[in-house]
Structure formats: structure tokens, C-alpha cells
Design a protein around this ligand. Structure first.
Ligand code: 5RP
Length: 241
């Protein structure tokens, strides 16, 4: 574990609420890894947003050149274009780096992602990155996955009630994500089932069972994918590997 010295952090926090300031600090630390000519996976969420903005600023100032982004959601793509990052679709070439947030980070850097709804494009993109760099505030670090967050499971809309019945045989607790009158629809036109994790489970085995359930498109378990996490706390940015 390494610390990013406070003197090199963002300094004044102004009126930004504490957690937002921490997310930004983690993002700024990760963006120092972006170099000219890189193809960069652009994550999704309130923390990844700071990274996208910072990459845009580095391009605008000429600090880096010819950086191209591959976005993990429509929202991140729109933001990237707005801040001047050229965006390309995902193709089979590897990405130099991907920078993204997470909902939970365990001591082995296994992750739960997808509370922001972008898990499928995030996984498709980040599995092709030579380095997956996670950025988060300290509230995302847990001793075991499932401590605070459900695992989001993206499911096909067609026959979703039947898929949910099958999912309940694997993980009894959970619910279809439905923020209003209608279910939440992902950028891929699917629904999300937020599965409550049991007290004891093996993430790899549960991932295998969920992925083997008919109607499941992808899960929010990102196991063994992250190389490093920059976790910002009031004392500084910790580097977890
Ligand atoms: C979106 C994600 C996000 O990275 C995750 O939800 C963290 O978001 P935030 O930085 O807003 O807490 O996985 O699908």
C-alpha cells in the first residue's frame, strides 16, 4: 500500500462536499497514468466523471496528445465529447488503460460494479484493458463483497419475470431495479436485477451460477480484473494492489 502525499493532492476543496472532493482526488491520481497516444477506457459514474474531465483538461492544455477514449456508457461518451476527448467504439484492439469507479472493492481488488447501470459495457471494455485502474473514495472498501451493496445482474427484458424466478433459486433476496413506475433500462435495452448477497459465498462460484442462469446477460462481479485501486480518504490517496 502506498500513499499519495497530501501536498500533491488537489489542495483547496472549496465548497465541494467531502466525498466529492475525495472522488476527484482519486480520479486525478489515476489520470496521471494517461500518456500521449493511449487508447483509454472511460468508466461510468460520479467518480469516473472526474477522470473524464481531467483527461479532457490534459488534452486541452497540450499536456498529452492523441488520446482516444472508449466509453462505457452513453453518458460517459457524451461527457467525453463535451470535454474534447475523441471517442471510438470498442474494437478488438487492446486498450492501454481503463479508469473506472466501483461500488465495492475487497482486499484482493475484486469488485462489485454496476450500481450506475453500465456493468455490461464496462466489463466488455475493461476486460480488454492492459491495466484496469479503479478510483474510489474510502467508503467503497469492504472486507468482503456484498457487505454494503447488492450485485447488479443485467437480464434480458424478454421473459424477465421467469429469469428472476430462476435467479431467486441462486440468490433468494433481490429485486428488479425500478426507480419509478417503469423498470430501469440499460444502454443495451436490458433490465437489472439487484441481487442481495448471502452472508457466506464464494464470488467466483456465485458468478459462475449467475452467468449460467438462463436470461442473465452479465453480472457486476469484476473478479481479478483490477490492477490497482486509488482510494481517497481524508488522510490521502491510498494505492491498493
Ligand atoms: C457504473 C459503475 C460505477 O463505476 C459504480 O457504480 C461507482 O459509481 P460512483 O463513482 O458514482 O460511486 O459501476 O455501472
Amino acid at each position: 500500500m502506498r500513499w499519495w502525499p497530501a501536498s500533491r493532492r488537489t489542495g483547496r476543496r472549496g465548497a465541494m462536499p467531502e466525498l466529492e472532493a475525495l472522488k476527484k482526488e482519486a480520479a486525478l491520481r489515476a489520470v496521471t497514468l494517461v500518456e500521449s497516444g493511449m487508447r483509454v477506457g472511460l468508466g461510468t459514474g460520479s467518480t469516473a466523471k472526474y477522470a473524464i474531465e481531467a483527461i479532457g483538461e490534459r488534452l486541452a492544455s497540450g499536456d498529452v496528445r492523441n488520446v482516444v477514449g472508449v466509453a462505457t456508457s452513453d453518458v460517459s461518451e457524451a461527457l467525453a465529447r463535451e470535454v474534447g476527448i475523441p471517442v471510438e467504439p470498442l474494437d478488438p484492439r487492446p486498450l492501454d488503460i481503463a479508469i473506472d469507479g466501483a461500488d465495492e472493492i475487497d482486499p484482493e481488488l475484486n469488485l462489485i460494479k454496476g450500481l450506475g447501470g453500465a456493468l455490461l459495457r464496462e466489463k466488455l471494455t475493461e476486460v480488454q484493458a492492459r491495466r484496469l485502474v479503479i478510483i474510489a473514495d474510502h467508503t467503497k472498501v469492504v472486507a468482503r463483497l456484498g457487505e454494503k451493496a447488492p450485485v447488479p445482474v443485467e437480464i434480458a427484458r424478454f421473459g424477465f419475470l421467469s429469469t428472476i424466478e430462476r435467479l431467486r433459486e441462486v440468490v433468494p433476496g433481490g429485486r428488479l431495479r425500478q426507480p419509478g413506475a417503469q423498470p430501469y433500462v440499460t444502454d443495451n435495452g436490458n433490465y437489472i436485477y439487484d441481487a442481495q448477497l448471502p452472508a457466506q459465498f464464494g464470488p467466483a462460484e456465485l458468478e459462475r451460477q449467475l452467468k449460467g442462469t438462463l436470461g442473465v446477460v452479465e453480472t457486476g462481479f469484476f473478479l481479478g480484473m483490477a490492477e490497482v485501486a486509488f482510494v481517497a480518504a481524508p488522510e490521502g490517496v491510498r494505492e491498493l494492489r
